[in-house]
Design a protein around this ligand. Structure first.
Ligand SMILES: [Ca+2]
Length: 171
């Protein structure tokens, strides 16, 4: 019965939940800074995106560049093209053993290893990124990042990279 339990708990005094705290409106409280922090974020110069290995055509980064601006793309993580695990630099591990890089002429970016992180400006030519690379933009557009594999051979891929894209401006 509830009345009995209430009597037993009286022995343990605790803070009254019904008492309101001292009003903080007049003070210099630090509890209302959310909106200010959001205003302080400069969007467009920097972003981090997930790059699933399955996503043929890549992922738009949200970062745009103008011609001659410097930008850096960096990648981390592990993924698979269904022939081994790969890292953004294009190195592979097969059956838990280092297997080097594998290149083929029919990859989306030929000459760059399968599994390498690649990027392009708008619909321009793909660029080899690897773990990190800084480029000077030859054109204006949004940076897209992707996993290098054969066209049409993305469906059996798994895993994802995390790519960081930074626009440094025209330094
Ligand atoms: Ca594949």
């Amino acid at each position: 019965m509830s009345t009995v339990r209430s009597h037993l708990m009286v022995a343990a005094p605790r803070t009254e939940p019904g008492l309101p705290p001292v009003p903080a409106e007049a003070g210099t409280g630090s509890s209302q800074s959310d909106a200010i922090e959001q205003e302080g974020v400069i969007m467009g110069d920097f972003n981090t995106v997930t790059v699933p290995a399955k996503t043929e055509g890549g992922v738009k980064s949200g970062v745009t560049v103008q011609r001659d601006e410097l930008f850096t793309v960096s990648g981390s993580g592990r993924a698979s093209y269904n022939g081994g695990n790969t890292f953004p630099d294009g190195t592979r591990y097969m059956n838990a053993k280092y297997a080097g890089a594998y290149t083929a002429p029919d990859l989306v970016l030929p000459g760059a290893p399968v599994g390498m992180l690649i990027a392009r400006i708008g619909s321009g030519p793909w660029l080899a990124v690897g773990s990190t690379q800084t480029f000077r933009a030859g054109d204006a557009g949004e940076i897209t990042v992707a996993y290098n594999d054969r066209p049409g051979a993305y469906v059996d891929n798994s895993g994802e990279y995390t790519a960081m894209i930074q626009n440094h401006g025209s330094a």
